[in-house]
Design a protein around this ligand. Structure first.
Ligand SMILES: Cc1cc2nc3c(=O)[nH]c(=O)nc-3n(C[C@H](O)[C@H](O)[C@H](O)COP(=O)(O)OP(=O)(O)OC[C@H]3O[C@@H](n4cnc5c(N)ncnc54)[C@H](O)[C@@H]3O)c2cc1C
Length: 153
């Protein structure tokens, strides 16, 4: 009888993009390229977006038989243009959140109940795009105070 595994299976979640996602005859998409939401680690949407952009790059490249790195670099320009500001904002929030204590994270939730955060969430929150919400929270003085408290100490 086969032995039962005693350890749970583990998978790594990438949280930042590779500095370079193209080479001669190569494009890297989705998790392999680190194209996931830094806020949640979710990567289904960005893998679909990057695969679409890769296909849009490969179509003309194959037609003209230009699969060298320079021709394929357009792919990286495209995903950076489409997703770059999202990654920057999400990574900024993640870096702040990672420094926060449990009590500070609790105080953010308390704030959401008491101090006008829910209207901001209703106005700006989107499932696959978090930048508008993050920017709005950074502009909201009470949220900013909690988020940046650690950096001010
Ligand atoms: C537990 C868990 C929960 C998650 N929940 C969510 C969620 O709720 N929302 C969300 O958006 N994302 C979630 N994710 C992340 C999401 O699953 C990934 O971001 C997404 O699947 C990435 O898609 P991908 O096509 O880039 O990679 P993958 O889905 O990993 O696909 C890569 C494929 O390549 C195959 N492969 C690997 N090596 C080779 C090889 N050498 N030769 C041939 N094939 C190979 C693999 O078997 C796999 O089928 C979760 C991830 C985990 C681990």
């Amino acid at each position: 009888m086969p032995e039962l595994a005693t350890e749970p299976r583990r998978r790594f979640l990438p949280l930042a993009a590779l500095p370079r996602t193209y080479a001669s005859r190569l494009l890297v998409v989705g998790d392999a390229a680190g194209l996931v939401k830094p806020t949640t680690g979710g990567g289904i949407y960005y893998s679909l977006v990057s695969a679409t952009l890769a296909a849009e790059t490969l179509g003309p490249a194959l037609a003209s038989d230009r699969l060298d790195a320079e021709a394929l670099s357009v792919y990286q320009q495209r995903w950076r243009q489409r997703l770059g500001p999202e990654f920057q904002a999400q990574l900024a929030l993640r870096m702040l959140a990672q420094r926060m204590s449990n009590a500070e994270i609790d105080s953010l939730f308390d704030l959401a109940l008491t101090d006008g955060v829910m209207p901001i969430v209703r106005r700006t929150a989107q499932f696959n795009r978090h930048r508008n919400l993050i920017v709005a929270l950074f502009k909201h003085a009470p949220s900013r105070r909690v988020l940046f408290r650690r950096l001010m100490q």
